[in-house]
Design a protein around this ligand. Structure first.
Ligand SMILES: NC(=O)c1ccc[n+]([C@@H]2O[C@H](COP(=O)([O-])OP(=O)(O)OC[C@H]3O[C@@H](n4cnc5c(N)ncnc54)[C@H](OP(=O)(O)O)[C@@H]3O)[C@@H](O)[C@H]2O)c1
Length: 187
């Protein structure tokens, strides 16, 4: 019986930091920081080979468990798959890092509508979906955290990159809402 099987009883589950987009850029850097601090990780992205490579590098550098799950977070199935994977690994989400996001630039009227829908699905819908899956457990345990990575321009929507900024602004506002609820404020 391996560690995962031993922890199939939810009461034996271990804490982990779940990082979306943990293979590149800011997400990869955050994964490194959490691993350095001794946190087990679950990394989420679409490219399984890159996930496996990142996990191997982090697990060899730090004494933590690094698990991966290949999911497309623009889909409802991908978000559900993250929750299933975390449970299957014998973990619970102690911290959720909503990092995966796409950048866009230019004027709204020039943007490809399908690309805009994918951006909203990843930058907003997946953030709300994953947070609603993991936040209740954090509140029940009385500990945990949700970190939403947003571009600073999300607070200051402009004409250029307006689509991106406004979408990431929704992410920023959603984070504030989650924090208020955590402190017992209404709504
Ligand atoms: N770069 C900047 O200047 C900057 C500045 C401020 C804030 N931000 C924000 O910070 C976050 C990270 O930016 P970054 O530039 O570090 O990102 P990045 O280097 O482009 O990496 C994106 C990560 O997200 C994953 N990803 C992309 N689409 C996905 C999908 N549909 N489902 C699951 N995973 C997906 C990618 O892996 P796969 O391709 O394998 O899926 C990769 O791991 C974004 O939300 C961005 O808006 C960026």
């Amino acid at each position: 019986m391996n560690d995962t099987n031993l922890r199939s009883d939810p009461s034996l589950a271990l804490p982990a930091v779940v990082i979306t987009g943990g293979t590149e850029g800011i997400g990869r850097a955050l994964a490194e920081e959490f691993a350095r601090d001794g946190h087990n990780l679950v990394l989420v992205a679409r490219d399984k080979a890159k996930l496996d490579r990142t996990a191997a590098e982090l697990a060899s550098a730090y004494a933590v468990e690094v698990k991966v799950t290949a999911q497309d977070l623009t889909t409802a199935e991908g978000c559900a798959g993250v929750e299933q994977a975390v449970r299957g690994f014998g973990f619970y989400a102690d911290v959720l890092v909503n990092n995966a996001g796409v950048m866009a630039s230019g004027f709204f009227q020039d943007a490809d509508p399908a690309a805009m829908r994918r951006m909203i699905d990843l930058d907003v819908r997946a953030v709300v979906d994953l947070t609603s899956r993991f936040l209740p457990g954090m509140l029940a345990r009385g500990r945990g955290g949700v970190l939403n990575v947003v571009i600073h321009g999300g607070f200051h929507a402009g004409a250029v990159s307006g689509g991106l900024c406004r979408v990431q602004g929704l992410r920023a506002v959603f984070l504030q809402g989650a924090r208020l609820r955590d402190h017992g404020a209404p709504g």
